[in-house]
Design a binder for this molecule. Sequence first.
Ligand SMILES: NC(=O)c1ccc[n+]([C@@H]2O[C@H](COP(=O)([O-])OP(=O)(O)OC[C@H]3O[C@@H](n4cnc5c(N)ncnc54)[C@H](OP(=O)(O)O)[C@@H]3O)[C@@H](O)[C@H]2O)c1
Length: 277
Amino acid sequence: MLGRDLMSVLLSSLPDDEVIGWDIEDIDIQKEDDTVYKIDKLRPDIVTNIAAYTDVDGCESNEEKALSVNAEGARHVALAALKCRAKMVYLSTDYVFDGNKREPYLESDSPHPLNVYGRSKWKGEQYVQELVKDSLIVRTQWLYGRYGKNFVTSILRQAKEKRVLSIVNDQIGSPTYTVDLGKAVSALIQFDARGIFHVANSDLCTWYTFGQAILKLSGMDKVRVIPISSKEDGRPATRPSYSVLNCQKLKKKTGLTLRPWSDALKEHLSTYRPSMG
Ligand SMILES: NC(=O)c1ccc[n+]([C@@H]2O[C@H](COP(=O)([O-])OP(=O)(O)OC[C@H]3O[C@@H](n4cnc5c(N)ncnc54)[C@H](OP(=O)(O)O)[C@@H]3O)[C@@H](O)[C@H]2O)c1
């Protein structure tokens, strides 16, 4: 999902650079030797690792795969970056936090993940920081965009099939548009940012409010939405009840503040056609 939008943004914002995108058919980051060989052969200046096992509930029953892709995979890419002296960018998640802070998380706050996915991504962050001096770690959250499955596609699909939807109303975060995130990652690269940065669209909401906005903007607000608790939802992975990210460091470094999530959603839904994914 993020990969395709990030590629478009980087290609247009860095016209003098060569930007190459690889998917799992080109490189399986679980394979150490192959990953180091392929990246080193290319001799890049910057390696961006956004590959991940992103099925948060699936990670609970497949911890081995979560650690293999999200932590060991990150280590393999970091080893490659180290070998060819490239800068490394690693995409991470708000799910490294437990949600108990109840105010926007700073980059300096201590992670305490509640689920396997969050633990595997935090381990990935640690490998990257240990191995690549001056690496850039971008933590983001609640992504949606034109490509791949996400909350927006799921709500639109369910709204076609059902008259009543139940949506969780006790988790608070900031839905983030992959195009806006891509622009922020590109800016951080151009400003040669190092360390951890939080990046998300502004304003906060619950999944329930986000779902209502999707239905309203798509002209489907006749579908009834019932707010439920995470407990009622009963998903295998525990999510933080509050994972809003403080993005002031991004603003300080690049001058960028991402627009409110509702504005980004409006733009997305004005152009999005389900066949795009
Ligand atoms: N989605 C969110 O809400 C969210 C929130 C915070 C952070 N993030 C992070 O943002 C990044 C992008 O997320 P996304 O939502 O765009 O994820 P996505 O759509 O699931 O994309 C991840 C990509 O990684 C690929 N991949 C999986 N295992 C791999 C391997 N061993 N080697 C190489 N590629 C592999 C996947 O291929 P297959 O599809 O073939 O498996 C997929 O193309 C991830 O690092 C994720 O952890 C996402």
